[in-house]
Design a protein around this ligand. Sequence first.
Ligand code: ATP
Ligand code: MG
Length: 370
Amino acid sequence: MYVNSLTLSNYRNYETLSMESFGSVNLLIGRNAQGKTNLLEALLVLALTKSHRTSKDKELICFGKDSASVQAEVERKYGKIQLELRFSQQGKRASLNGLEQRKLSNFVGSLNAVMFAPEDLEIVKGTPGVRRRFLDMEIGQVQPSYLYHLQQYQKVLIQRNNLLKQAFNSGSNLTVMLEVWNEQLAEHGVKIIRKRKQFIRKLQRWAQQIHQGITGGGEVLQLSYLPSFGVADEEDEAVLLEQFMIKLSQMRDQEIRRGMTLAGPHRDDLAFHINGNEAQSFGSQGQQRTTALSLKLAEIELIHEEIGEYPILLLDDVLSELDPYRQTQLIETFQSKVQTFITATGIESLNASRLQDASIFHVQEGQVHR
Ligand code: ATP
Ligand code: MG
């Protein structure tokens, strides 16, 4: 897929902006704090309906304004579509070809994007929560039903936790009600777990191959799912459901004591091993960065596998950290098939020979010129 144009209104530090004539590789050049990341973020927001930097949509609205909008024309295999998202104090609205979508999940997937930014190192180094967020964002982008189960799961989780606290405080026996919540928790939880397992299995295949390419074959990357119950490679829903219910009944007393749900997809994790050693604890900074990059690049192939089109690729401040050989390698891998947007503070820091044909945009104080 290909972004033909982008229009922003009161988005972050852009009052009004209209961009077109994007190329296959686009360089956004500008000094610090001029609005480069904001532009990539706007494209990602169109893909996900939310930002990678904040969960508070209001932060996307320009200081002192009431609402913001992001619009783009996207060229898909089946034709052009007009995407629009509006953010106001009341919430957000999405429309496709001028038609407002009642459900945001109908809008997600109209544009697919993969972003790689410095903070993605946290997927390897950070807490399990960061890795779960990574899984949720990526799976949700290609499978809207995943987002539905995730939302339902989170609702049930809150209510179940409230009930556990109530059971502890009142000392009363709330077994029957707890069982009702258990069933609902397991129903949605199992769907999430199964989709995560399938995703990780496929991601592993591509990530390993890409990682080997980047490291010249010297390193073998292994991804593994760390479930909060059962074994990692079980994908049968009926078996998972049974295991989940058994685990919940085993944990009941402990859950009541602690007032929270202790098993389920909200306690899952993901582990990375390089040549058998855990990357989080033993990997060098460079190995951790390469691992995170391999994951993101693997996603590009995965999205292509799922939907038959390549997503756009957003590289925020990361190309200049690679040596010229790796820069060239990265650009060459995707140049002909993936539309790419790259930010950098200066063109000198980008020395990949393949960047000669790139479209260059200069970003300065919330304005862009060629
Ligand atoms: P760097 O090279 O340091 O990464 P950048 O060009 O990527 O810089 P951005 O992150 O895009 O910079 O931010 C540009 C500016 O946008 C910042 O000065 C920030 O204060 C401003 N900004 C962020 N949110 C808003 C907002 N809601 N309204 C107005 N300005 C904002
Ligand atoms: Mg930036």
